[in-house]
Write a protein that binds this ligand. Structure first.
Ligand SMILES: Cc1cc2nc3c(=O)[nH]c(=O)nc-3n(C[C@H](O)[C@H](O)[C@H](O)COP(=O)(O)OP(=O)(O)OC[C@H]3O[C@@H](n4cnc5c(N)ncnc54)[C@H](O)[C@@H]3O)c2cc1C
Ligand code: FES
Ligand code: FES
Length: 1296
């Protein structure tokens, strides 16, 4: 490689330093990337400038691959015609150098506590659309961008544009409602809800400032960087090709840059690239021509512009088919990506990665589009789209895409089958285009185009199938049968884990072609099969939230807005990564094991340590104290593997560098040698097989749990035995804030900012790891960007590693995990397997249940265990003759950990599966079977010696209520009729009741501290519970305001810290809010008691006056309290019923959730708005667990295959129920609970297994038609692949 500056000077017209200018929130920034002290390079991203240079922390990042949306900002640019365009962009993918001339708006520009909040922010708050708040600024900016670009959007468009913003907490319904209130077709009920927001006048609606600096640059810009790399922005084709020529001559490896979103999919594509050529300002490549004989789209036309053009062109004679392409492209990636991603960029990803399932490629190929490929401004050739696959593109550009008119008889249809409906790549995509003469019995004229993606790298056309279909009638069943045979022979999918199996992908090629037949025949197909030609149609989401509120007790039971929601929607809320870098701060990045089970022979970090900017490599031997971060448990776990590794992804060390990028680069340079390598086991089945082989099966089992002296029910007359198995998968917590710790050495120890749900564990473990006293560690935690259990124990490993780094370098260290590391290294929800034998009488009552429950605990069996699940298995049932045996299976995966509703989720799902199995086998109503087994007063409690059930079983009355409010009987009839009328679409309804036992005994140590300030009577509170989005602080403030009799605005809840809340239990198990509220009430009682004598004397004194008098009298206006066993807090039950209805497409395996009704007993809710939010959020996390979220491990290396947003799919807005109705049970104050309330955060997640049974019922309906009415096993998660294969759909059943 030559010298960068001389290479650069050689480019015509580019001598001397060059600058870029852009505006952020009204302020102009001029950047000279060549400045020596500048760390801005070609891969420096907009998000980093916004956060690190402009110091605007409202914009967050998590995945850095365009898959989560928390980095979205509004970009205002000019298009090729000079028009101002506002668009949402993922700032994590935009190179800063591409922002020349842009105006960028971040969440800070919309409003804040000083200037007031704008309409988008206010509505998100008003509708309860924030919990942890980490996604909120991205949500706000996505909506802001939409309003700027289209102020009259309809509800559907608004919902569609949230296809790239993940919220793990809320379940989306409140966010969608908030933003749909801006729609031109907003319904009255939503308008009413925002009626009392002051901002309804348009003056406060978002408006664009139109400060965009320039139009299209007219001359080439070029930059060279400290690391000798080069960036050139060409403004004409001439410049582009000249630049390419220079790069070639200089022997530089270079990359053409358009939207740069390809790096979100293929992250390593920029490895070793020395020069970049940006082509987005070349006018010829942005041109769009729509003529009667040709449509030409420039290569740099964005997907969104392409979609708009093709949609409009659909009205033109000969181009009707383009509307179908536009529709298909609308499902590529997500809105912010489509706003910048170019058509040529997408096609080129296919050229470079044959296995890339490009949607652009297959749709354009199916309609015979052509590409203009230029190797100079004048040397241009036309090629077919398919030819691009093997075309040598070195030194060439895709100049434009050309579409020709087709006859009115040409019919185009395309399909995209994905794990999740939105923002998901295709397992299989297909596009068919045939000239069909409907008058001649749907005759295919000539050879049609049958194009598939996702089958093999080279298969584009199913050529034999195409030849076969030529001149055949699509209305002829013989043709249909025969063409399926041809496809069967022709299609041989390759294996591509973790994407769909070969069997599934092959079947899809047949079912999609059949769908095409049906869609074309329309009314000429028979009634029962006709709907098979249509895709599942999703309506705009709607919801109902029903609860009572008792004004006499306000602010208790008042639906108050969350205290932190305004700072969250304005970016003012501080998360750990928003803490300003400390002087001399370093950055850490983990080096992970690439083997599943091996001895560690050596670690050579010399190359990494020699990289400029790297300070040190830390490993186990650098730990001054004990190499164990689980210090408060009896299952030690190493911070860094010392002598052996036990799973792929286990940390073996940490690189410490001056900055983030250097740290991650250096990680790649660390060489680890292993010996005695074994592939290990990753699943329960493998471990059982292995144990069966080596005769160690018995050793897998623990002591059996019996609720009674088990008596055998075998051979009892009238009793039938039902045998089965059921399995649940794992789940990644998907906190939007990944694990993070900042450690700052100081004069008397260390300050530790950790995103932990358990301060005491972090404090203890850091002290033990560093071998320093616990009182040398200061901790303070304002909030977490989501927890869901993953930050209870697992945050500690990150904290300890960071502390060792800070200790060893004596400098502050920030250790923030990137998504890949977080997913590979950290444990998740434990998978479970239950094997059961239930003996049942003719009413479905269980007279004996024998079960074995296996938990895959990962490397260490420390946390979610089979014993825990057994404790929850009983749910609402009598367990008098149950005998369950636990088994904890350790595997070569990270130690699994607490995940929202641990134990209860597998326990309840397993027993509900047994109930479903009984009902199906005995042909009984599943609800009747459940009621036949319902627990009664005096029945034994499983797994707790001597305890019996007391109180009322709420379920019968809740089911009766659900039957009416959910119109269950009418809907059952509708479903029955619907299923009879439709062969390829089936609906299913299921009902799941449940009991969730709230146990205070495990975690009560949550100290609370309340102080009153004499100056103005204001109150400050801090508690040991950690605010992670559950509304803990708001509930505590409500309780304090209530008990002290002061207005809410007098109360502030401060960060948790280990000085006022030492020795805490963890925040989890849904009880933290209640216990902190209890502690706060007790503090207030103490304070009231102390103040009482003064209050009695100073009758009628205002609160402020009273406080002053008390202070003068020397009363200590501080109280602290921690619940203890002496408080005799009673455990209690939470009751929930859930009815879920789904629809499936038996030809694709896709599904949608039509409606969910939940009635939850929340006692007398402390804050019904917050509790509804908890219910909805838990429900949707559960729906993700049972449907879209599948973790796939391989044995040995590479271990986890689904470690990024490309592969792992938590729900997006279109995965939630279309109609979601939540009721908090009325008139159900909890006599045992704190302020008569109940916990809400976990039970709905357990009840979400209902979606699995609803899917199963729909599949049953399909199987019966396929000739199999037997019970079948369906495990979670249920993916489209499972649905299609379990439906037993086969071409033999196809008819017209
Ligand atoms: C989260 C996410 C989800 C996605 N989902 C899908 C999906 O479901 N379906 C799908 O099809 N795609 C999907 N994509 C891919 C997306 O469509 C592409 O990233 C995008 O189209 C690439 O366009 P770009 O302009 O950003 O290209 P860049 O990233 O700038 O470039 C990509 C490649 O093309 C080359 N290149 C760009 N323009 C030209 C040109 N004119 N001539 C020659 N070479 C050129 C570049 O050198 C580079 O090698 C997804 C991407 C992301 C990030
Ligand atoms: S951080 Fe940008 S999309 Fe996730
Ligand atoms: S509020 Fe959306 S991720 Fe937490």
């Amino acid at each position: 490689m030559g010298n960068a500056q001389s290479d650069l000077n050689a480019l015509e017209g580019t001598s001397g330093p060059q600058i870029i200018s852009f505006i952020i929130n009204g302020k102009t920034y001029t950047v000279n990337p060549q400045t020596v002290d500048n760390d801005i390079g070609p891969e420096y991203k907009l998000v980093d400038f916004i956060r690190d240079k402009a110091r605007l922390k409202g914009t967050k990042y998590m995945c850095r691959e365009g898959g989560c949306g928390c980095c979205v900002v509004t970009a205002r640019t000019r298009d090729s015609a000079g028009e101002l365009v506002s668009k949402a962009v993922n700032s994590c993918l935009i190179p800063l150098l591409s922002c020349d001339g842009w105006e960028i708006a971040t969440v800070e520009s919309l409003g804040n506590q000083k200037t007031g909040y704008n309409a988008v922010q206010q509505r998100l708050v008003k509708f309860g659309g924030t919990q942890c708040g980490f996604c909120s600024s991205g949500m706000v900016m996505n909506m802001n961008s939409l309003l700027e670009s289209n102020p009259t959007s309809k509800m559907k468009e608004i919902e569609n544009s949230f296809d790239g913003n993940i919220c793990r907490c809320t379940g989306y319904r409140p966010i969608l409602d908030a933003f749909k209130s801006f729609a031109s077709d907003c319904p009255e009920e939503l308008k009413r809800k925002c009626g009392d927001i002051e901002e309804l006048s348009c003056s406060t609606c978002p408006s664009r400032t139109a400060q965009c600096l320039e139009t299209i640059p007219t001359s080439l810009k070029a930059f060279s960087f400290k690391d000798n790399r080069i960036w050139v922005k060409a403004s004409s084709l001439n410049e582009a090709f000249q630049t390419e020529e220079r790069f070639k001559q200089a022997g530089l490896k270079y990359r053409v840059v358009a939207g740069n979103t390809g790096t979100g999919v293929f992250k390593n594509d920029t490895d070793n690239v020395q020069a970049f050529l940006e082509i987005t300002s070349i006018p010829e490549m942005q041109r769009i021509t729509v003529g009667s004989t040709e449509i030409i789209l420039g290569g740099s036309v964005t997907l969104v512009k392409g979609i708009e053009t093709l949609k409009r062109a659909g009205a033109l004679t000969g181009f009707q088919y383009t509307a179908g392409i536009a529709k298909h492209w609308g499902r590529i990636a997500n809105t912010p990506i489509r706003n910048v991603a170019t058509i040529a960029g997408n096609l080129m990803l296919k050229n470079q990665h044959e296995d890339f399932p490009s949607d652009v490629f297959i749709t354009l190929e199916a309609v015979g589009a052509e590409l203009s490929i230029a190797s100079s401004p004048t040397s241009i050739v036309r090629i077919k789209v398919a030819d691009l696959l093997n075309y040598d593109m070195a030194g060439k550009l895709v100049l434009s895409i050309h579409l020709k008119p087709l006859t009115k008889d040409h019919i185009f249809r395309s399909f995209k089958i994905t794990r999740r409906y939105q923002n998901s790549h295709a397992y299989v995509n297909a596009a068919f285009c045939m000239q069909v003469d409907k008058k001649r019995n749907y005759l295919v004229v000539g050879v049609p185009n049958v194009v598939y993606g996702g089958i093999t790298d080279n298969l584009i056309h199913a050529s034999a199938t195409e030849r076969f279909l030529a001149n055949k009638s699509l209305r002829d069943e013989a043709t249909l049968r025969a063409v399926m045979q041809v496809l069967d022979t022709e299609i041989k999918p390759d294996s591509r884990p973790p994407d769909g199996s070969q069997a599934y992908r092959k079947r899809l090629t047949q079912t999609l072609l059949y769908k095409y037949f049906l869609s074309i025949l329309g009314l000429d197909s028979s009634n029962r099969v006709r709907s098979g030609g249509k895709n599942l149609k999703r309506n705009v989401t709607k919801g109902q939230q029903t609860y009572d509120t008792d004004k006499t007790t306000w602010p208790i039971n008042e639906p108050i807005l969350k205290l932190e929601s305004f700072p969250q929607v304005s970016g003012e809320a501080e998360y750990i990564n928003d803490i300003d870098p400390k002087f001399g701060e370093l950055f850490g990045a983990f080096v992970l094991s690439t083997e599943a089970q091996a001895d560690l022979v050596s670690i050579d970090a010399s190359a990494a340590e020699n990289l400029p900017g790297v300070v040190k490599f830390i490993k186990a031997s650098d730990i001054p104290g004990i190499n164990d971060y689980m210090v408060m448990t009896d299952t030690p776990e190493e911070v860094f593997a010392a002598t052996e590794v036990q799973y792929t992804g286990q940390p073996v060390g940490l690189v410490i560098a001056e900055d983030r990028d250097t740290a991650f680069k250096a990680v790649e340079l660390v060489k680890v040698k292993y010996a005695n390598i074994s592939a290990g086991v990753v699943s329960i089945e493998e471990k059982i097989l292995q144990a069966e082989k080596d005769g160690s099966l018995d050793s897998l089992f623990g002591e059996e749990v019996k609720s009674f002296d088990f008596t055998s029910s075998e051979n009892v007359p009238g009793v039938q035995k039902i045998v089965g198995e059921f399995q649940l998968g794992s789940q990644y917590h998907f906190t939007m804030e990944t694990h993070i710790t900042i450690c700052v050495p100081k004069e008397d120890g260390m300050t530790v900012h950790s995103s932990t749900q358990w301060m005491d564990l972090v404090q203890s473990a850091v002290a033990s790891t560093l071998a320093i006293p616990a009182n040398e560690i200061d901790m303070s935690i304002r909030r977490l960007g989501g927890g869901y259990g993953c930050k209870i124990t697992r945050a500690t490993q990150i904290a300890c590693a960071c502390a060792v780094a800070a200790y060893s370098t004596n400098r502050p260290v920030r250790l923030q995990l990137d998504l890949d590391t977080n997913m590979k290294m950290v444990g998740k929800r434990a998978p479970f397997l239950m094997k059961y034998e239930a003996s049942v009488d003719t009413t479905g009552k269980i007279v004996g249940l024998k079960g074995k429950i296996f938990a895959n605990t990962g490397m260490q069996p420390g946390e979610e265990t089979s014993e825990l699940a057994i404790g929850c298995l009983q749910s609402l049932y009598e367990s008098n003759n149950w005998q369950i045996t636990p088994s904890n299976i350790s595997t070569n995966t990270p130690s699994n950990t607490w995940c929202r509703a641990p134990g209860t989720t597998p326990g309840i799902a397993c027993i509900e599966n047994v109930m479903e199995h009984i009902a199906y086998t005995l042909k009984l109503d599943p609800v009747a079977v459940r009621l036949a087994n319902a627990i009664k007063t005096g029945d034994k409690i499983l797994a707790t010696d001597g305890e019996t059930f007391t109180g009322e079983n709420f379920i019968p009355k809740m089911l009766a209520e659900l039957k009416v409010s959910g119109s269950i009987e009418e809907r059952k009839k509708f479903i029955n009729d619907y299923n009879l009328a439709n062969r390829w679409k089936k609906r299913g309804l299921a009902i799941v009741p449940m009991r969730y036992y709230v146990d205070y005994t495990s975690a009560t140590k949550l100290p609370v501290y309340v102080c009153i300030y004499n100056r103005d009577g204001t109150v400050a509170v801090s508690c040991g519970g950690i605010e992670c989005g559950q509304g803990l602080n708001t509930k505590v403030a409500q309780a304090v305001a209530f008990e002290l009799g002061v207005p809410m605005d007098k109360v502030k809840v401060k960060p948790s810290n280990n000085l006022v809340s030492p020795n805490t239990d963890s925040t989890g198990a849904s009880v933290t809010s209640e216990l902190c509220v209890f502690g706060a009430i007790m503090c207030c009682k103490i304070l009231n008691e102390r103040m009482k004598p003064i209050k009695d004397k100073a009758k009628g004194a205002t609160w402020e006056k009273l406080v002053k008098l008390c202070n003068r009298a020397g009363i200590h206006l501080v109280a602290t309290y921690m619940a203890s066993p002496e408080d005799n807090l009673s455990n209690y039950n939470v009751w929930v019923v859930n009815a879920t209805e789904v629809e499936i497409d038996c030809l694709t395996g896709e599904s949608k959730i039509v409606r969910v009704d939940i009635i939850e007993d929340a006692g007398k809710s402390l804050n019904p708005e917050i509790d509804i939010g908890q219910v909805e959020g838990a429900l949707i996390m559960g729906i993700g667990f049972w449907t879209t979220e599948k973790l796939i491990y391989s044995n040995g290396s590479p271990g986890l295959l689904t470690y990024n947003t490309w592969q792992y799919k938590p729900p997006l807005p279109k995965d939630i129920p279309e109609d979601i109705r939540i009721t908090l049970l009325k008139d159900a104050p909890n006599p045992y609970g704190i302020l008569r309330s109940k916990a809400t955060a976990e039970p709905p997640l357990c009840s979400s297994v209902c979606v699995l049974f609803a899917l199963k019922n729909a599949i049953f309906a399909a199987r019966k038609e396929a000739g199999n009415a037997d019970w079948f096993r369906l495990d979670g998660p249920v993916t489209p692949e499972d649905i299609l294969l379990k439906c037993l759909t086969s071409p033999l059943q196809f008819s017209l």
